[in-house]
Ligand binder design. Structure first.
Ligand code: SF4
Length: 330
């Protein structure tokens, strides 16, 4: 039984010149209590997928043109704005890449946190609310939490603002936490601390987590399953161990070639996959990875590879995945 089911989701964006397709029939599901990693280079549609789930696509440019998003049996795309607001934050919370999108610059941190807490915990006294906020700030590694509650977001460093936002998203312990590159700007120690906190809260509460990142090493650390996205499509989906041991899509192979090795060899950039992600305004026909793919054949120019189950809950969108899998294991 899935807690979240995204089916055949397609999204377009209006630009000055034309309408471009950004997501193309994306399918993702999340089970209760699991951590799903979504990975891919920037511009692959990871963030647009999460904004679509939250119904927070930039308006009026972004439009969902096809598909459905079911959460706990409810179709989120047909809910009223009012009903969606009650789901957002309480049931599905999101940590953004850029903290200032979630923080109000003219309100003290404590006021913002306590207002959010008050909405769902009216049984708490003001002092209890303050203590709860302090406790959470402390858990995300913010020193002198009582003092921070009296400050405005601009008085905090970028890393601290990021942690305040993470603390705010965790105030209500949602059913699903969507974390969009939440630790990218933080140093490694704080990053490890935040990942640990999320894992601990998940263990206590049973919440599900969707963790979006370009960093497969982070995904490997925290995810149960992984979805690999490329140019607005899901190209591979598998359990974490299976993906690392038996990658079946040439793009996944390329990503795996760019993570650090256990002997400490420095991380090489993702651009080690030759070429660039195509722009949404100029997508190649057929398989969107074909201009960067060593395995491409004539057929890849015209036929879109469908995402197909290949056994053991491992799905891949490549006409020649068997050939890729064979060459990976040799
Ligand atoms: Fe490469 Fe063709 Fe597979 Fe696309 S479908 S990944 S171009 S082999």
């Amino acid at each position: 039984m899935n807690l979240l089911e995204v089916k055949d989701l397609s999204v377009t964006f209006d630009t000055d010149e034309r309408t471009v397709g950004v997501l193309d029939n994306v399918c993702i599901d999340v089970k209760p209590g699991e951590t799903l990693g979504i990975v891919g280079e920037s511009g692959c549609g990871k963030s647009v997928t999460s904004l679509s789930i939250m119904r927070l696509l930039p308006q009026p440019a972004g439009k969902i043109t096809n598909g459905s998003v079911f959460f706990d049996g409810q179709d989120l795309l047909s809910l009223s704005k009012e009903d969606m607001r009650t789901i957002r934050g309480r049931k599905i919370a999101m940590i953004f890449q850029e903290p200032m999108t979630a923080l109000n610059p003219v309100q003290r941190v404590g006021v913002q946190m306590m207002e959010s807490l008050k909405l769902h915990r009216s049984d708490m006294s003001k002092e209890e609310q303050r203590q709860e906020c302090e406790k959470l700030l402390d858990r995300v590694g913010i020193p002198e939490p009582r003092l921070r509650l009296t400050e405005y977001p601009h008085q905090l460093s970028g890393g601290m603002r990021q942690r305040v936002m993470i603390a705010m998203a965790l105030l209500h312990v949602p059913d699903i936490l969507i974390a969009d590159e939440p630790t990218t700007a933080l140093d490694v120690t704080i990053q490890a601390q935040i990942l640990e906190l999320i894992a601990e809260l998940q263990k206590q509460s049973g919440m599900s987590v969707i963790f979006i990142t370009h960093d497969l090493a982070v995904i490997a650390e925290i995810s149960d399953r992984v979805v690999v996205m490329y140019a607005g499509r899901v190209v591979e989906q598998a359990k974490i161990k299976d993906l690392f041991e038996n990658p079946r899509h040439p793009y996944t192979r390329g990503l795996l070639g760019s993570i650090p090795t256990l002997d400490g060899t420095p991380k090489t950039p993702l651009s080690t996959i030759p070429g660039m992600v195509p722009s949404f305004a100029d997508m190649p026909s057929g398989c969107r990875f074909r201009n960067r793919c060593d395995y491409a054949q004539e057929r890849c120019k015209t036929e879109v590879p469908a995402l197909k189950e290949t056994g053991d809950s491992h799905a891949v969108a490549c006409h020649y995945w068997q050939h890729v899998a064979q060459s990976t294991s040799t």
